[in-house]
Design a protein around this ligand. Structure first.
Ligand SMILES: [Zn+2]
Ligand SMILES: [Zn+2]
Length: 551
C-alpha cells in the first residue's frame, strides 16, 4: 500500500490490526467474526478480508496490489535497510524492478546520486545484495529439519531392505543447511536407482547425477537432494566419509596418514571399530569438523557432551512487560510444567522503546509480581533479570540502585550496529567489565541468512569475560545461534561458562533450547560448563555470590 500511495490512514489501520493479531494467541482462522471484532484494531473491513482469506486464501485488496507490483519489487522489499519509500523511489526514478537491475544501478553509482540515498546507502545495498545472493538455496537447520527427517522416513519406506543413513552437513547439525544428503547401500544398485526414480515428490536431475549418485530437488521446497549409492560392504567407511567435513578428513591421525586415508583402508565394519583401531577416542558425529577434535581424541580428551535433559532452568526470556507474547505468569507456569526448576525473566530495558523496554516504575512492578508468584509457585523460582541494552558507550541502561535490584543481568547490543571492530569490541568489553553484567547476550547480533553480525574481536571479548567472570550466552534462537559454536572451545579453554538461552518471546520459544544444545555440542560444551545446567539451589547461590562480590 505504501508503494502505491494508498491512503495513509488505511495503511495505519492495517498496521495496527496486524500488530494486535500477531500479539494474540489464537489462530485467526479459528476465530468467529464476533471474536475477531473484539480484537483491538480489527474493524469491519479487516474482518471481511479475513473471511475472504478463509475461503480463498487471498482477498481482493491484496490481489489488486499484487497485480500492480512486479515480483522483483517484492524481492527488493526483502532486502535489509530498504523500506517501501526507498523502493518506490528506485522504481520511479531509475525504473528498477529486480534485484539484478538494482545491483547494476548500484555498481554504476546511479543509486548514490538519488536524493536521500548517498554513497553509504549504496554500499550497504551492494553488501546486502551480495549477502542475499551468497545465501540463495540455504536453510536454517530448524526450518529444514522436519522436511529432511520426513525425506529420511520416505526413503526408509520405499527401500525397506536397504541400509540408509543421513549424511552431510545435516548429520553434523550445521546451523545452515544447503542440501539433504543420504547414503544408501544395497546389493543391487540398479534396482535401487529405479525405485528412487519412482519418487514423485523429487525432480531428479540426471545430467548432474553419476553412476553412484543421484541428484535432484524436492518439488515442494526446491531443496537440493543428493543420494549416494554404495555396496553393503562399503557402507561403514562411506558413511564416515560422507558425514565428515573436508577439514576433518584431512586431519592427521599420525605422522603419515589423515582420517580420510585411514578410512580408505576399509579395514573396519563399524564407526566404533574405526576409531578404536586407529587409537582414537570415539568422535561424536557433530564434532567431525576439523576443529582440533582429532587431536583431542588422540589424547582421550573428548568430553562427555551436554544433553537436553542436563538443563535445569531457562534464562533470558521475555514477557508481556516488554515485547513478549505471554504474561509473566504464563511464562512461569509453562516453564514449571515442562519440569524445569527455574525461569530467568529478562525483559528489555528502558532504552529499547521499540520493544516496550521497562522504565524504572515498571521494573518495580514486575519485581513485586515476581515475588508474589514465587510464593505461589515455590519451590519453582523466577529470577529477576533484565536484558539491558548496552548503550553506545558500553554502559548499562539503569542507574546503579536499579541494576543492583536484579538477580542477574543479560547485557546485549540492540542498536548502533555499524561500529567498526575496535569500537564494537571496546563497547562490549566495557559492558562486560560492569560488575552487574552476569551474561553477555547474543555477542555479535547476527541473524543467520539475514544479517551479518557486527564485527567483534572474539578472542578479546572472551578473554574479558574470563577476567570478569561473565557468562556468554549461546542464544538458542535458530536465527541467532550466537555465540558461534566455532568459538566455544576457546571460551571453555579460558574457563568461561556458557548459558543456553532461548530468548523466548512466547511460551513455545522454550523449545528452541534444543538448537542451542546442538551447537553447544558441536563446540564441545559440557554440562559442567553450562550455567543453566545448575539446579535451582545452585544457581540461586551462584547469583547471590556474584552479587555479594560487587563493591
Ligand atoms: Zn536481545
Ligand atoms: Zn532477548
Amino acid at each position: 500500500m505504501e508503494l502505491h500511495d494508498e491512503n495513509p490512514f488505511k495503511i495505519r489501520s492495517y498496521q495496527s490490526a496486524l500488530t494486535s493479531l500477531e500479539r494474540g494467541d489464537q489462530d485467526i482462522m479459528d476465530l468467529s467474526d464476533t471474536e475477531l471484532g473484539q480484537i483491538n484494531g480489527v474493524g469491519k473491513s479487516i474482518i471481511e478480508a479475513i473471511q475472504c482469506l478463509k475461503s480463498t486464501e487471498t482477498f481482493p485488496a491484496l490481489d489488486s496490489l499484487l497485480e500492480k507490483t512486479p515480483t522483483g519489487i517484492l524481492e527488493i522489499l526483502q532486502i535489509k535497510g530498504l523500506g517501501p519509500k526507498k523502493v518506490k523511489t528506485l522504481w520511479e526514478e531509475l525504473g528498477i524492478t529486480s534485484t539484478h537491475e538494482l545491483m547494476e544501478a548500484c555498481q554504476s553509482g546511479k543509486v548514490a546520486q538519488i536524493k536521500g540515498f548517498g554513497q553509504k546507502t549504496q554500499d550497504t545495498i551492494i553488501q546486502n545484495l551480495e549477502f542475499k545472493a551468497s545465501n540463495a538455496g540455504k536453510w536454517l537447520f530448524a526450518d529444514i529439519e522436519e522436511i529432511i527427517l520426513s525425506l529420511e522416513s520416505t526413503l526408509k519406506d520405499l527401500l525397506p531392505n536397504a541400509q540408509i543413513a543421513l549424511v552431510g552437513d545435516f548429520a553434523r547439525k550445521m546451523e545452515i543447511i544447503s542440501n539433504a544428503e543420504f547414503l544408501v547401500a544395497s546389493a543391487d544398485l540398479e534396482a535401487l536407482k529405479s525405485s528412487l526414480k519412482t519418487l514423485e515428490s523429487i525432480d531428479w536431475n540426471l545430467s548432474i547425477s553419476g553412476p553412484k549418485t543421484l541428484r535432484g530437488k524436492t518439488q515442494d521446497q526446491d531443496l537440493s537432494l543428493v543420494v549416494h549409492l554404495c555396496s553393503v560392504t562399503d557402507f561403514a567407511w562411506k558413511k564416515l566419509s560422507f558425514t565428515a567435513s573436508k577439514m576433518h578428513l584431512v586431519s592427521l591421525v599420525d605422522e603419515n596418514e589423515s582420517i580420510g586415508e585411514k578410512l580408505s583402508k576399509k579395514d573396519f565394519s563399524t564407526e566404533e571399530e574405526f576409531f578404536s583401531k586407529n587409537g582414537l577416542q570415539f568422535i561424536p558425529t557433530e564434532m567431525r569438523e576439523g576443529f582440533g577434535e582429532v587431536e583431542l581424541a588422540k589424547e582421550n580428551k573428548i568430553p562427555e557432551l551436554l544433553q537436553d535433559n542436563d538443563l535445569k532452568g531457562i534464562l533470558h526470556n521475555h514477557s508481556t512487560y516488554s515485547d513478549g507474547k505471554h504474561s509473566l505468569r504464563q511464562m512461569a507456569e509453562y516453564c514449571k510444567s515442562l519440569g524445569y526448576e527455574y525461569l530467568g525473566i529478562s525483559d528489555h530495558s528502558r532504552t529499547a522503546s521499540y520493544a516496550g523496554g521497562l522504565d524504572i516504575e515498571k521494573v518495580w512492578k514486575q519485581q513485586a509480581e515476581i515475588d508474589a508468584l514465587n510464593l505461589e509457585l515455590a519451590p519453582f523460582k523466577i529470577f529477576k533479570g533484565i536484558e539491558s541494552d548496552i548503550l553506545g558507550d558500553g554502559s548499562l541502561d539503569y542507574p546503579t540502585e536499579v541494576l543492583a535490584s536484579f538477580d542477574f543481568i543479560v547485557a546485549s547490543v540492540h542498536s548502533i550496529l555499524n561500529m567498526d571492530v575496535t569500537r564494537a569490541t571496546d563497547r562490549l568489553i566495557r559492558a562486560i567489565a560492569n560488575p552487574y553484567t552476569t551474561i553477555l547476550g547474543h555477542p555479535t547480533g547476527r541473524l543467520l541468512l539475514r544479517r551479518e553480525g557486527y564485527p567483534i574481536d572474539h578472542r578479546a571479548v572472551i578473554e574479558a569475560c574470563a577476567a570478569n567472570n561473565v557468562v556468554i550466552e549461546i542464544n538458542a534462537n535458530p536465527w541467532r545461534l550466537d555465540l558461534d559454536w566455532r568459538w566455544i572451545r576457546y571460551a571453555l579453554d579460558q574457563g568461561v561458562k556458557l548459558s543456553i538461552n532461548p530468548d523466548a518471546h512466547e511460551m513455545e520459544g522454550y523449545s528452541d533450547m534444543k538448537y542451542g544444545v546442538l551447537v553447544g555440542r558441536k563446540g564441545g560444551l559440557t554440562k559442567e560448563m553450562t550455567l543453566n545446567a545448575l539446579n535451582g539451589k545452585e544457581i540461586d547461590a551462584y547469583f547471590a555470590q556474584r552479587k555479594a562480590k560487587i563493591q
